[in-house]
Design a protein around this ligand. Structure first.
Ligand SMILES: Cc1cc2nc3c(=O)[nH]c(=O)nc-3n(C[C@H](O)[C@H](O)[C@H](O)COP(=O)(O)OP(=O)(O)OC[C@H]3O[C@@H](n4cnc5c(N)ncnc54)[C@H](O)[C@@H]3O)c2cc1C
Length: 319
């Protein structure tokens, strides 16, 4: 029996969310942990899945699998589950992960739970806890099928970093024409050094920043902290910032260790995207701003005075 983990890479390295999925699979303690990577990647980068608990990595690198093709990826994952006699598939919850997971569930007659927030309870069946309503509630589900698929939320388990790089073996998959009914004709990647959904720290700005010309203040703060930048919906609607930075119910949902909200009122739709952050810091000149009710730390004051002082203090600490 084994646990298969579908891992995603970005910029040549395994995504942190996928390493968390490998750590989760290791913590399950239900047999050998085998990672599966699809598409182009360096062996030396994939071998690092061993550090988080994989005993080996299968690499399906067929030329046709270069782009994220959901149907083809699902076929490869289902085939690997079958060949490796995997009872459980673990993957990180992501747009690709969810799309692949649902198709594998159909192909493999598996029970699927997405947005899983902690390890299962094996005491009576296979019970998992999953977040619903953008993290405002949880539901406990019992996975009854023989095969199980768990799409896990960020921070569901601590990242395991005490293993050693493992072997990477080629995986020969049998994809067919029907898997390529949809052809990707172009990919536009989000700019920025740190990906917002995976950032440990996020500095986010709202309409209180007054205009795009003031964003350098937030970028300086973000740079001093090694953070990604985000924004409220009106900010991206007005094109002050790109849409991929829009955080909230209708945008990206983030779970960083630290979320700093500057000049954002804290509307419920914004909070829906940030409420699983570990620590929320709010900077707003209005003491009645709703965001303060959700904040761990709040600073009442003008962002244009406070943020540069904060950045200078952090730079002094780093010096
Ligand atoms: C269906 C639906 C979906 C939505 N989805 C989202 C979503 O995903 N994400 C999202 O963000 N919104 C979403 N919204 C919009 C949401 O309701 C709010 O309108 C929006 O979040 C407000 O953005 P804001 O806080 O930047 O602006 P505002 O509400 O205008 O707040 C600006 C804040 O800046 C403060 N401020 C002003 N000047 C300064 C200064 N100099 N220093 C410090 N503070 C200052 C003000 O006190 C105020 O609190 C959605 C709305 C709907 C109806």
């Amino acid at each position: 029996m084994s646990v298969l983990v579908f891992i995603e890479s970005s910029e040549g390295e395994i995504r942190k969310s996928s390493l968390e999925a490998v750590s989760y699979a290791a913590a399950l303690d239900r047999g050998e942990v085998i990672a599966l990577a699809i598409g182009e990647a360096e062996e030396s980068a994939l071998a690092k899945a061993g550090i988080s608990g994989a005993s080996r990595v299968l690499h399906a690198k067929d030329e046709q699998l270069k782009e994220d093709n959901i149907m083809a990826y699902a076929s490869v994952v289902a085939e690997a589950m079958e060949k490796e006699n995997a009872e459980i598939l673990v993957l990180a919850k992501s747009s690709l992960g969810d799309a692949v997971a649902s198709r594998v569930a159909i192909k493999s007659n598996a029970a699927l739970a997405s947005n899983v927030v902690e390890l299962p309870d094996f005491s009576a069946g296979f019970k998992v806890k999953r977040g619903i309503y953008t993290g405002k509630a949880f539901v406990n589900v019992d996975l009854k099928a023989e095969k199980k698929i768990l799409a896990i939320k960020k921070n569901a388990v601590p990242l395991k970093e005490d293993g050693a790089p493992c072997a990477v073996d080629a995986f020969a998959s049998t994809v067919n024409e029907a898997d390529f009914a949809l052809k990707i004709t172009g990919v536009e990647k989000a700019e920025g050094e740190i990906l917002l959904p995976e950032a440990e720290i996020v500095v986010s700005g709202g309409r209180g920043m007054k205009g795009p010309e003031n964003w350098h203040i937030l970028e300086d703060l973000a740079k001093s902290l090694g953070a990604a930048t985000g924004c409220s919906k009106p900010v991206s609607d007005m094109e002050w910032r790109p849409h991929h930075e829009h955080v909230g119910q209708t945008g990206i949902k983030v779970s960083p260790n630290l979320y700093i909200a500057v000049g954002i009122s804290g509307a419920i739709q914004h909070l829906a995207g940030v409420n699983s952050s570990k620590c929320l810091v709010v900077i707003n000149k209005d003491p009645e701003a709703p965001f303060f009710k959700a904040a761990d730390y709040g600073i009442v004051g003008d962002a244009f005075e406070i943020v540069p002082k904060l950045t200078a203090a952090i730079k002094a600490l780093n010096a």
